[in-house]
Design a protein around this ligand. Structure first.
Ligand code: NAD
Length: 395
């Protein structure tokens, strides 16, 4: 079949297998051209490994450090002539490249929130690469079914306490419009914490510790975001911010558990990038379009792969001295949050409207990055080719 992008709101419901493979290859090439990372991890478990920050972490672990990787994700294979999701194609492509390079790489596709997937992962570690020394928690999900109670929680992206009015981007119609979001109810605040907070991360580390599949001195990191004041009502001070606060409390609890054995747990606050998760947050795509413009202009633009390479190279391994902020978090958003970057972004934010969107912001770049997430718009890929959408993992 010939696969074209089909965009519905903030998702693209098709994905291109060869385009996704090219996107993965681009990231592998970036890592290889930046050089090997010394004293990196040996075996890495990445929860949320198929797209965005998790995929880039898997790529840096494997191709920068030579690590074995286990990737857990929730993706849809191709069925009934429909293309698979991008994360499926990314992961097939990643595994093929890793195997070709002689690296251990296995994936588990299923609900990471469930006990079953935790058990499958533990079995795989026991029968596979050996104990894990680094666990990355990079899930972004709209819902979670609690494994003990069976209750399903749905996350919402809303302000807390009062309604919020701001500019936003209508990406279907390329319009800058005003959005007004009503505050979340108490149940919604709690549900978002249950989905995007740290309870599941704690459950993972408890299960892995109990099964004795972590090396002594293992590290675990969860990714978070803070961002600028224009997004605070719907991000930092909104329902998702409450969940991220919960995640930070979990980091402290897990750290206390791992410390006696020489291990550690912390949060890495990463910069805003175009991913499937960030495209769904009101206001954020407009901010990202402006941010990309400013950071590209001053030469500090980074996507997921550049961020994670820098996390490994400058903060975690390669003889780096880890640097934490006053709350014990690593700050990979340092360049985004520089006062001069934020001032420039703020001034463009005030001016931006539908007419000047392309001039004031890097909306073109935003759209290109968005399409790329699904394997579209990549140079060298033959989008007119008739291809089989079914791709399976190697045995
Ligand atoms: P993403 O949408 O690209 O990736 C989410 C991953 O989670 C995918 O691999 C998906 O398959 C997996 N997933 C979702 N539900 C699952 C489930 N039930 N079971 C198993 N896997 C599941 O998201 P992202 O933007 O890379 O976000 C990852 C983390 O990084 C989040 O914690 C996010 O807050 C954080 N972060 C994102 C940004 C940003 O701008 N995108 C910035 C800073 C931090």
């Amino acid at each position: 079949m010939i696969i074209k992008p089909k965009i519905r709101g903030y998702v693209c419901i098709t994905a291109h297998p060869e385009g996704c493979a090219a996107h993965v290859q681009e990231q592998i090439d970036y890592v290889r051209s930046n050089g090997t990372i010394e004293s990196g991890p040996k075996n890495v478990l990445i929860i949320g490994a198929s797209t965005g920050y998790g995929l880039s972490t898997r790529i840096v672990s494997a191709f920068g450090c030579g690590a074995g990787t286990i990737g857990v994700f929730f993706e849809r294979p191709s069925t009934k002539g429909r293309p698979a999701t991008a994360g499926w194609y990314n992961s097939v492509a990643f595994e093929r490249q890793a195997h070709e390079a002689g690296l251990y790489a296995r994936s588990i596709n299923g609900d990471a929130f469930s006990d079953e997937i935790k058990e499958q992962t533990i079995d795989l570690i026991k029968n596979g690469p050996g104990k894990v020394d680094l666990v990355i928690y990079s899930l972004a999900s709209p819902r979670r079914t609690h494994p003990k109670t069976g209750e399903t929680f749905r996350a919402v992206l809303k302000p807390v306490g009062r309604s919020f009015e701001a500019k936003t981007l209508d990406t279907d119609n390329n319009l800058v419009s005003d959005v007004s979001i009503e505050p979340a109810s108490e149940e919604e605040v709690e549900a978002t914490k249950r989905v995007m907070g740290g309870e599941d991360w704690e459950m993972w580390i408890d299960a892995l510790t109990e099964a004795e599949v972590l090396v002594e001195g293992a590290t675990t990191i969860a990714y978070s975001y803070i961002g600028p004041e224009v997004t605070w009502p719907v991000y930092k001070n909104g329902t998702i911010g409450g969940a991220k606060e919960h995640l930070e409390n979990s980091a402290r609890k897990i750290d206390a558990l791992l410390r006696p054995k020489g291990g550690q747990a912390f949060i890495s606050v990463n910069k805003a990038v175009v991913t499937q998760a960030s495209s769904a947050i009101p206001v954020v795509p407009l901010y990202i379009s402006i941010l990309y413009k400013v950071m590209r202009q001053n030469g500090t633009h980074e996507g997921c792969i550049e961020q994670i390479y820098r996390l490994y190279d400058e903060h975690l391994f390669n003889g780096a001295e880890p640097v934490f902020d006053e709350s014990g978090r690593m700050r990979l958003d340092d360049l985004e949050m520089l006062p001069e970057v934020q001032e420039a972004a703020k001034s463009l934010w005030v001016q931006v409207n539908t007419e000047n969107l392309d001039e004031i912001s890097d909306y073109t770049g935003y759209r290109q990055e968005f399409l790329k997430l699904f394997g579209f718009g990549i140079e060298g890929v033959d989008y007119g080719a008739d291809l089989d959408p079914v791709l399976e993992f190697d045995d």
